[in-house]
Design a binder for this molecule. Structure first.
Ligand code: NDP
Length: 277
């Protein structure tokens, strides 16, 4: 067993964060890494030197992203097709990733879905699926990597929640409830693991420029709005009046993974231009 916080904090005189590749040799497992915010996070962690496993369902997109990352030539990259709704698929994908790139020291629970429906039309299957992907999979993956992190004396669990984990929005009750639950999971695990060399944090983007935001724009357009009007509805919640870029989320995730971020745990950090404070 590791001693409390062994190898976790940057100690005085430890310049590991100043090295160009402070995560060299670390294995980062990124769900939803085949596109959007997850792909940006994978590139950021690769820039910091981590070896990367990308996990999602769409195998062609996974292969495309992992080939692009592999072309850097300075890190190992693999991908695992898995369906996060299925506990068996999660454990198989995890085992295969560990087999290929070794024990996991960074877990990014990024994959998520955001179905929209008014309360009267929100179906139980949709509610269940949202919780399976946005919350249950994060719990199962956190459980699956715990032993690896304890044995290595270093672990970073990062849950990509949302401003919807910090405040309400109409017509996305399942999403808002699931993202609040993900922050609850983050806070509970951060306290449970506080004496171990593992931090657990949530990152909470506002509307970001990805397929998920494109879908939200299409949903708003169904009420008769133009694309420009729909986009304006999404951006007006952000005091900076814009969509968040995936790279901005990725930069915060990369910072949380650094050895010097060892005292930051249990936080839910908004990347939202001041939308929540
Ligand atoms: P995208 O819709 O672009 O990507 C979602 C990712 O999740 C895809 O890689 C998808 O891969 C994966 N995924 C979905 N369902 C499953 C499943 N059953 N099993 C495995 N993987 C799955 O989303 P974003 O990049 O925009 O969002 C990433 C995260 O950021 C999400 O958790 C989202 O809630 C959060 N977020 C996004 C915001 C935004 O405005 N975009 C704002 C705030 C938070 P595949 O379909 O191949 O399985």
């Amino acid at each position: 067993m590791p001693t409390a916080n062994s190898n976790n904090a940057a100690t005085p005189g430890d310049d590991s964060d100043l090295m160009p590749r402070p995560l060299a040799g670390r294995h980062a497992f990124v769900t939803g890494g085949n596109r959007g915010i997850g792909a940006a996070i994978a590139w950021e962690l690769a820039d910091l030197g981590a070896n990367i496993t990308l996990a999602a369902r769409d195998e062609a997109a996974l292969r495309h992203q992992s080939q692009a990352l592999s072309q850097r030539g300075d890190i190992a990259v693999t991908c695992q097709a898995m369906d996060l709704r299925e506990p068996g698929s999660i454990s198989e994908g995890m085992a295969a990733a560990r087999e290929e790139l070794g024990p996991i020291s960074i877990l990014i629970n990024n994959a998520g879905i955001a179905p929209a429906a008014p309360l009267a039309k929100l179906e139980l299957d949709s509610w269940r699926e949202t919780f399976e992907i946005n919350v249950q999979a994060s719990f199962l993956l956190s459980q699956a990597v715990l032993d690896d992190m304890q044995r290595q004396g270093f672990g970073r669990m990062i849950n990509i929640s949302s401003t919807a984990g910090l405040r309400g929005y109409p017509f996305v009750a399942a999403y808002v409830a699931s993202k609040h639950a993900l922050i609850g999971l983050t806070r509970a695990l951060a306290l449970e693991l506080a004496k171990e060399p593992i931090t657990v944090n949530a990152v909470c983007p506002g509307y970001a420029e990805t397929e998920m935001a494109d879908n939200a724009i299409r949903n708003i357009q169904q009420s008769g709005k133009t694309e420009a009007e729909a986009r304006a509805i999404l951006t007006r919640g952000n005091p900076q009046g814009r969509l968040i870029q995936p790279d901005e989320v990725a930069a915060t995730v990369g910072w949380l993974c650094l050895p010097s971020s060892a005292s930051i745990t249990g936080q839910a950090i908004a990347i939202a231009g001041g939308e929540v404070m």
